[in-house]
Write a protein that binds this ligand. Structure first.
Ligand SMILES: NC(=O)c1ccc[n+]([C@@H]2O[C@H](COP(=O)([O-])OP(=O)(O)OC[C@H]3O[C@@H](n4cnc5c(N)ncnc54)[C@H](OP(=O)(O)O)[C@@H]3O)[C@@H](O)[C@H]2O)c1
Length: 279
């Protein structure tokens, strides 16, 4: 059971981030001898973060802080990084979870949305990690969980930028883990398959709907499965985590299959969005 005295979670207002916050707070609460855990919750939705913080303060002994921030805005990030550079702990945990996608062809994509994806999925994750590393190096133990995706291993048409951004997360995490291998810091890239959260609705462009692929439903896993697997994996300092057996097998297939076969499969455009006017 991973217990930390200082936990920083981005994207804590919904989905995985919210579940990570609940899990870390309740796990800490069960460890009676530990000092109160400090939870720092980051996202744009201040109201949602405050509601979660109130719930966790009520149910646990944790100190819960709400740090609203738009991670796609460099000026907002700069203020956040200044605050984060002062955060210290004996057992620190950084969960770089905030992220967004965009379903559709790149040629018709919104440039501002592409920019947000780059800033949130890659730049913010990199900057938060860099900012917190000095304190983590002084801590007894430290854990970095970077939320990538099964898409990290695959070039996906109609999801091109998102998949590329997650390839960055996975590659960066692997290399960083190797640099820190002989230290007290564990780094894990988590590669979930599809999970029902707000992610899909946020990624869908207005006026389009998802093309239903018959076998896709089979791949869904639950939020709790992602959280459990990620926390176990980082505690064991596993480089990658594919939550659930089916996602592990899918990841294995993608990494072992020849490129020509993956290209053939992807040329069927399984992620293609279709206009809502079509029946
Ligand atoms: N769900 C899936 O199928 C799936 C699969 C693989 C990987 N993932 C990855 O898992 C992570 C969490 O996604 P989720 O499924 O939990 O989706 P979600 O419910 O939509 O949560 C996304 C979180 O990111 C935050 N966020 C988005 N843009 C932000 C910004 N500009 N500044 C600050 N925070 C921002 C959102 O908070 P605000 O809107 O309040 O800012 C929210 O808390 C993402 O990195 C996603 O790529 C998801």
């Amino acid at each position: 059971m991973l217990v930390a005295d200082t936990v920083v979670i981005t994207g804590a207002s919904s989905g995985f981030g919210e579940a990570f916050a609940r899990r870390m707070a309740h796990t800490a609460a069960r460890q009676a001898n530990e000092q109160p855990t400090r939870l720092i919750l980051i996202a744009r939705s201040k109201d949602r973060l405050q509601a979660l913080a109130a719930e966790l303060r009520n149910e646990t002994t944790c100190t819960v802080e709400v740090w609203p921030c738009d991670l796609s805005v460099p000026a907002d990030r700069a203020k956040l990084l200044t605050e984060l550079s002062r955060v210290r702990g004996e057992r620190m945990c950084l969960i770089n979870n905030a992220g967004l996608g965009d379903y559709g062809e790149f040629a018709s994509s919104e440039p501002s949305r592409n920019h947000s994806m780059i800033e949130v999925n890659m730049t913010a994750l990199t900057e938060l990690t860099r900012t917190m590393l000095p304190a983590m190096q002084k801590a007894k133990h430290a854990y970095i969980i970077n939320i990538a995706s099964l898409a990290a291993d695959l070039a996906i048409p109609d999801f091109a930028m998102y998949a590329a951004s997650k390839a960055f997360v996975a590659s960066f995490s692997e290399a960083l883990r190797l640099e820190l291998l002989k230290t007290n810091i564990h780094v894990t890239a988590v590669c979930p398959g599809p999970v029902h959260t707000a992610f899909g609705d946020v990624a869908r462009r207005s006026g389009s709907q998802k093309k239903e692929v018959p076998f896709r439903k089979w791949f869904y896993t639950g939020v709790e499965c992602v959280v459990n697997s990620a926390l176990k994996a980082v505690q064991k300092n596993r480089p990658r985590c594919y939550p659930s057996l089916k996602i592990r097998l899918a990841g294995l297939f993608v990494r072992c299959a020849p490129l020509w076969l993956l290209r053939l499969i992807m040329s069927r455009r399984p992620r293609k969005a279709i206009p809502t006017t079509e029946s």
